[in-house]
Design a protein around this ligand. Structure first.
Ligand code: ADP
Length: 572
C-alpha cells in the first residue's frame, strides 16, 4: 500500500482502494481461467466415459462458475470505478489543502493556469489510470506470474515455449520505459507552454492591437501549436512503436506453444486433451500480457502528471500556530531574503511601532515591496527575524496573521461578484450598513450609487467594469471594514486622482490611529509628517529617522525628495 501511495501520489484511502481493486481484478482473471479449466475437465470426463453421463453436474458447476464470475466482475466494477471517483475527488481536495498552506509567493512564482491544469486535467488523466490501468496491470501481472509458475512446474518445455516470447515482449516495454516517458514529458511540457501562450494572447488583446502585434502573436501561437502537434506525434510513436512491437511479439507465444505441444505429442509425452488445455492457457496468458503491456504504457503516460502532483504536494507549507496578539510593534532584525539566487534584502533592521506610521522609501527596485511581502508572510524570510508584539512571525500561522493585518496593494484583486460582496471580504459578518459605512469612508459611495444596481451591481472579472481608481478605493473600503490592528499600504495613491487622493488621505488619517502602519509611497510629500521613515538602498537600510533628521543626514533621502518634487511639478 505504501509503495502504491508513493508511486502514484495517492491518498491513504486511495492506496487501500487501489489494492482492493487490484485483488478484485486478479479474481476476475482467475474466474476466466476457472471457466476454461472447467470446460477442459468436462471434455476429459466425456471422453473418458464416452457419453454425457454427468450432464447435471456440468450444468450445476457451470451455473456456479457463472455466478462466481458475476460476483467477481461486480466486485471489480465497484472497487475500481466507485473508488476511483472518490480518489479523484480526495486527490483534488488534498492538492487544494496543500495550495491553501503554501506561501502566497508560491503563486507569484508559478503559472496559475498550470496549477489549474494540474488540479483539473492531470487529476482527470490519472482518474482513468486509477480506474483501468493500475488495478488491471497489477491483477493481470500477479495472475500471469502465478500461471507461469504453475505451467513451468507441470511441463517445463511448454512453460519455456510460453515464457520466452512473453518475457521478450515485457522486456521491450520495460526497456523502452525511459524513452516512452521522455517523449510524453516533452509533449506535456509543450502543451503547458501552449496554454500559457494562448492565455497571454487572449489577455493581452489591448496591447496586441495597440502595438500592432497581431501578425507576430498569430505566428507565435501557430508555431507553438505546430510544435505541440509534432511532439504529440512523436509521443504517440514513442509509445506506440515499442508497445505494438511487444504486443505482436507476444502472439509468438501461441506459435511456440503449438510447436512444443506438437513435439511432445509426437514423442507421446502429452495427451491430446492436455495439449488443448495448454493451448487454452496460452491464449489467456497472451491476453493478460496485452492487458499488462497496454496498462503499463498508460502508467508511463501519466508518470509526468504524477510527478507534477508529487512536486506540488511536497512543497513545504507555511507552519505556525494560532496566536492571539495583544500588542503590535513590528521588529525587523538582521533580515536577509532572496528570490531564488537573487538576494534582494541584506541585514535589514528597523522597528515599526504601534500607533505610529512608518514609511518605507527608496529608489525603484530597492526592496520596499519585498519588505511588505515579508511582513505579511506572502513570502517567508531566509535569515534574521521579524517579530510582531514579541512573537516570531514564522510561529504565527498565516490564518491568524491575516486576521490581524489589512493590506492594500497597488494590484487590487476583486472577485466577480457584487460590490457589496467585494467589500464584505474585509469582514464576513459585517452588516450591510457597516459595509456602506466603510464605502463612505473610502469615498466609494458616490460611484457605487451611480452603478446600475448600486451595491448589488456585478463588477466583472477582477472588477473589469470599474476604473483603476474605483477598484483601488474598493480595496481601501475593505481595509476600513476589517479595521485590523496592522495596516500595510503599498503605493495606494498610484491610481487615485488628485481629488480622491486628498479625500482618502483624510479618511486614512482616521483609519491609522492606534494602529501599526507601514506604508510605501513614492510621493515624498505625503510622508513628510509620518513618525518614522526607513530609507532603502539596493536592499540595505541607508538611513532611518524623521523627515527633518533625514534631510540633514541622508544624501539619498534628499535626492528622493528633490526628484519627487520635480515629478510633482512636471507638465506634459
Ligand atoms: P521596490 O518595491 O523597492 O521597487 P521590490 O521589492 O519590488 O523593490 O524589488 C526588489 C528586487 O527584487 C528587484 O531587483 C526586483 O527585480 C526583485 N524582485 C521583485 N519581485 C520579484 C519576484 N517575484 N521574483 C524575483 N525577483 C523579484
Amino acid at each position: 500500500m505504501k509503495k502504491l501511495q508513493k508511486t502514484f501520489a495517492l491518498t491513504d484511502k486511495g492506496a487501500r482502494g487501489m489494492l482492493i481493486a487490484s485483488v478484485a481484478s486478479f479474481c476476475v482473471n482467475i474466474m476466466y481461467m476457472l471457466a476454461m479449466m472447467a470446460f477442459f475437465y468436462f471434455a476429459q470426463d466425456i471422453l473418458d466415459d464416452g457419453h454425457l453421463g454427468h450432464l447435471s453436474v456440468y450444468l450445476l458447476a457451470s451455473a456456479v462458475i457463472v455466478l462466481l464470475m458475476y460476483l467477481a466482475l461486480d466486485w471489480q466494477y465497484r472497487s475500481t470505478y466507485n473508488a476511483t471517483y472518490m480518489e479523484a475527488r480526495d486527490l483534488r481536495l488534498s492538492i487544494a489543502d496543500t495550495l491553501k498552506g503554501l506561501p502566497l509567493g508560491y503563486f507569484a512564482k508559478h503559472d496559475l493556469s498550470d496549477l489549474a491544469q494540474t488540479l483539473m486535467q492531470d487529476v482527470l488523466d490519472m482518474e482513468h489510470a486509477f480506474s483501468h490501468a493500475i488495478p488491471q496491470a497489477i491483477g493481470a501481472g500477479v495472475f500471469l506470474c502465478m500461471m507461469m509458475a504453475l505451467i513451468l512446474a507441470s511441463n517445463v518445455w511448454i512453460g519455456l515455449a510460453m515464457l520466452v516470447p512473453i518475457a521478450l515482449s515485457l522486456g521491450i516495454i520495460f526497456f523502452s520505459k525511459r524513452y516512452q516517458k521522455a517523449c510524453v514529458r516533452r509533449f506535456y511540457d509543450q502543451s503547458r507552454d501552449n496554454i500559457e501562450i494562448i492565455q497571454d494572447a487572449i489577455e493581452m488583446q489591448q496591447e496586441i492591437h495597440s502595438y500592432n502585434l497581431v501578425e507576430e502573436k498569430r505566428s507565435q501561437v501557430h508555431r507553438a501549436i505546430r510544435t505541440a502537434e509534432k511532439m504529440h506525434m512523436s509521443a504517440e510513436l514513442g509509445q506506440g512503436i515499442p508497445v505494438t512491437t511487444a504486443l505482436s511479439l507476444v502472439k509468438l507465444a501461441i506459435t511456440t506453444t503449438i510447436l512444443a505441444i506438437s513435439w511432445l505429442l509426437l514423442r507421446g509425452e502429452l495427451s491430446p486433451l492436455l495439449g488443448v488445455g495448454y493451448l487454452i492457457a496460452v491464449s489467456r496468458m497472451t491476453d493478460s500480457v496485452e492487458a499488462v503491456g497496454l496498462n503499463i504504457a498508460e502508467l508511463f503516460y501519466i508518470d509526468v502528471r504524477v510527478d507534477r502532483i508529487k512536486e506540488l504536494k511536497n512543497t513545504s507549507i507555511q507552519k505556525g500556530k494560532a496566536v492571539r496578539l495583544n500588542t503590535y510593534d513590528i521588529e525587523v532584525e538582521g533580515l536577509h531574503f532572496s528570490y531564488g539566487e537573487n538576494c534582494v534584502l541584506h541585514d535589514v533592521n528597523f522597528t515599526a511601532k504601534q500607533g505610529e506610521v512608518t514609511a518605507l522609501v527608496g529608489p525603484s527596485g530597492s526592496g520596499k515591496t519585498t519588505m511588505i511581502r515579508l511582513l505579511s508572510r506572502l513570502y517567508d524570510y531566509d535569515q534574521g527575524s521579524i517579530t510582531i508584539g514579541g512573537q516570531l512571525l514564522k510561529d504565527i500561522s498565516p490564518d491568524s496573521l491575516y486576521g490581524q493585518i489589512s493590506m492594500v496593494f497597488q494590484d487590487v484583486t476583486l472577485f466577480n461578484g457584487t460590490v457589496m460582496e467585494n467589500i464584505r471580504i474585509g469582514r464576513k459578518d459585517a452588516s450591510d450598513e457597516e459595509v456602506r459605512e466603510a464605502a463612505r469612508k473610502a469615498h466609494c459611495e458616490e460611484f457605487i450609487l451611480n452603478l446600475p444596481e448600486g451595491y448589488q451591481s456585478l463588477i466583472g472579472e477582477n472588477g473589469s467594469k470599474l476604473s483603476g481608481g474605483e477598484r483601488q478605493r474598493l480595496s481601501i473600503a475593505r481595509a476600513f471594514l476589517k479595521n485590523a490592528p496592522i495596516l500595510l499600504l503599498d503605493e495606494i495613491s498610484a491610481s487615485l486622482d488628485v481629488e480622491n487622493e486628498k479625500a482618502i488621505q483624510e479618511s486614512l488619517n482616521e483609519l491609522v490611529k492606534n494602529k501599526t502602519v507601514v506604508i510605501i509611497s513614492h510621493r515624498m510629500k505625503s510622508i513628510e509628517n509620518v513618525h518614522k521613515i526607513v530609507v532603502f538602498e539596493e536592499g540595505r537600510i541607508n538611513a532611518v529617522g524623521t523627515h527633518s533628521e533625514l534631510m540633514a543626514s541622508s544624501d539619498l533621502y534628499r535626492r528622493l525628495v528633490h526628484k519627487s518634487a520635480l515629478t510633482a511639478g512636471y507638465v506634459y
